[in-house]
Design a protein around this ligand. Structure first.
Ligand code: AMP
Ligand code: MG
Length: 594
């Protein structure tokens, strides 16, 4: 078996940066610039106003204030796009719009808001004069000629990846086309007798070909141009025909037919037409991978088309695409940064790594309270494509690791960014819950108050839940909501500009697991008072004055907060030391991530 790094190095050694092409700037998004771009003009081309206001001589505003305006005569107006025809002389001003060229003689612009223009207009006063209400500095609100880009500047360097802002800069220089590295054409071939195209009826024993579409979408996403070859059957003739159709592409990606099954003939066909490496890569999913080059054309003038043979299982083909095809496409496009962006996150689940391969675990990463959390997106079978749908990242468990425990920090390759709205859904059952229990009068509520304040201070979003035997007292007799309940309503909601209360008659009591989905997933910690019978971790408050015994048995407790000392094997925290108690909860249940 070869390592992921070694496999990647070999793949990259076979692909070259493609040649450049000149094309309209709007078609260049995401491509790499293949020329240095110099400016032939100044931007802005002239000194101009950064505000709507009055162009004047700063000197004429000396000592101006609201209580003592300086009055200047208004001798004209300049709109953006026109050129001034008159000069500003001492004691005069010209009304000027944002972007309009600064008239000769002026060395500052005063905003409308700093003049008496509005009050003049509303009182019908004469507009041939203007009162300046503040002292202007020389150069105020003026954008100088060439301050953004000067004629002759190197504005964009060869090798720059063109984003919307670079495309805007090219336009601002008056460039309608740019020289960029061409996008690679990637031919895509699915293989297997069991596959049916999405526009065909599904007959018994068949499955729809999904890999073609996943791979084509990935190729587009990373900047390539997919060329779909369709489905090759598990026969030498069918595969040979299809592969030949793909040989004018820059790369060929096949899926399926690379494992050890009898019908896995991709490797045989390819071996005949080129060189092929058939590799066991030390990763899961995705162990079998084929890579090689197919020769095209006559001897002497032949061209070699790199070929990547991905495994057939939909998740395996996606994960191997991300590791090997994506960097190959990026390299062909002339990009230098080929690695996937990674973050470090606390994993929400235990994950075992039993066979010593690098494990790529599909996870949903969320960010809460300044921390990233990664939770495993359900069953990880390599055929379960919906586990990728729920995921926005791949947690990487190294081959040397036997696995990770809930709370361990892992590296996650991001498939999408956490800012992506669909990634913001943390499941309510993953929000940590800690329950504070204790005898009556032990000070549970006081500890709750202190912990809530301490966790808020640490930047957490905290929900607090009270177990109340004696009914819910958030509604006041004779208030409208109380009257709705009296009239027999089964649920009453009260909404105000910043709060929502929801009182629902159930006829039975909910347990914590049932309450959590109602609480929602937007909290970093739920602190609970009571609920002694729940499975949530519990901390008992123990006070000497209430006797030596505990309410819960030691096995049920994660810790004891006490003003005495108990001879039992449970962590004991000093009553009154909120910081130490919060540290204990944070470390054991909330998980801090760097
Ligand atoms: P193979 O690598 O050809 O043995 O395929 C492994 C598994 O992936 C089999 O269960 C195939 O049915 C499935 N598979 C192969 N190609 C595709 C495809 N294009 N779309 C969906 N599933 C596929
Ligand atoms: Mg197959």
């Amino acid at each position: 078996m070869i390592s992921v790094e070694e496999a990647l190095e070999r793949v990259l050694s076979y692909v070259e940066v493609l040649n450049p092409e000149r094309k309209p700037i709007l078609d260049c998004l995401g491509q790499v610039l293949a020329e240095d771009v110099y400016s032939t003009i100044d931007i802005p081309p002239l000194d101009n106003s950064a505000m709507d206001g009055y162009a004047l001589r700063a000197e004429d505003t000396r000592g101006a204030s609201e209580s003592s305006p300086r009055y200047l005569s208004v001798i004209g107006e300049i709109a953006a796009g026109s050129l001034p025809t008159i000069k500003v002389r001492p004691g005069t001003a010209i009304r000027i719009m944002t972007g309009a060229p600064l008239p000769e003689g002026a060395d500052a612009v005063v905003r409308f808001e700093d003049t008496d223009e509005v009050s003049r207009k509303s009182s019908g006063a004469d507009l041939s004069q203007i009162g300046i209400l503040c002292q202007a500095k020389k150069g105020a609100n003026i954008r100088c000629r060439g301050e953004d880009i000067a004629k002759g500047d190197l504005v964009l360097k060869k090798g720059t990846v063109l984003r919307p802002q670079e495309i805007g800069v090219l336009a601002s220089l008056g460039r309608s086309a740019a020289l960029v590295i061409r996008r690679p054409v990637v031919a895509i071939l699915a293989t297997g007798d069991e596959l049916v195209g999405v526009d065909q009826p599904l007959t018994p024993g068949k499955i729809y070909d999904s890999n073609t579409y996943t791979i084509a979408a990935e190729v587009s996403r990373y900047g390539g141009i997919p060329k779909i070859l369709g489905i090759g059957r598990d026969s030498v003739q069918s595969l040979t025909e299809k592969i030949n159709e793909g040989l004018d592409a820059d790369m060929l990606i096949t899926s399926g037919g690379v494992s050890k099954g009898d019908y896995d003939i991709v490797k045989d066909v390819l071996a005949k037409h080129g060189q092929i490496g058939f590799w066991m890569v030390c990763m899961k999913p995705g162990k079998p991978l084929a890579f090689g080059v197919i020769k095209k054309g006559e001897e002497g003038r032949e061209r070699k088309v790199p070929h990547l043979g991905l495994p057939g299982n939909p998740v395996s083909s996606m994960v191997t695409f991300e590791q090997f095809a994506r960097p190959a496409i990026l390299k062909m496009m002339g990009k230098e940064k080929l690695e996937k962006p990674t973050i470090r996150a606390a994993i929400d689940d235990d994950v075992e790594n039993s066979d010593g391969r690098r494990l790529f675990v599909r996870v949903a990463v969320t960010r809460s309270g300044g921390r990233y959390h990664a939770s495993v997106t359900g069953p990880q079978g390599s055929g379960i494509l919906t586990s990728m749908v729920k995921a926005n990242g791949l947690a990487v468990i190294p081959e040397s690791s036997k696995g990770v425990k809930k709370g361990d920090v892992v590296e996650v390759q991001m498939l999408d960014w956490v800012e992506d709205p669909r990634c913001d859904r943390r499941q309510p059952e993953k929000v940590p819950v800690v329950s504070i229990v204790g005898k009556s009068q032990s000070g549970k509520t006081m500890l709750m108050e202190q912990l809530i304040a301490e966790f808020k201070r640490r930047g957490y979003r905290v929900a607090a839940l009270k177990h109340s035997r004696s009914g819910i007292q958030i509604d006041q007799p004779r208030k409208d909501s109380w009257r709705y309940a009296q009239a027999g309503s089964d649920a009453v909601l009260v909404s105000s500009p910043d709060k929502l209360a929801f009182i629902k008659n159930l006829g039975h009591e909910l347990n914590l697991e049932e309450i959590m989905p109602v609480v929602g997933a937007e909290f970093d910690l739920v602190l609970v008072e009571g609920f002694r019978k729940s499975k949530a971790p519990k901390i008992e408050v123990h006070r000497k004055r209430l006797g030596g015994d505990l309410l819960c048995s030691p096995e049920e407790l994660s810790a004891i907060v006490t003003d005495g000392s108990l001879d039992i094997d449970v962590p004991q925290l000093p009553w009154g030391d909120t910081v130490a108690i919060a540290d204990f909860i944070e470390k054991n249940f909330v998980v801090a991530v760097s």
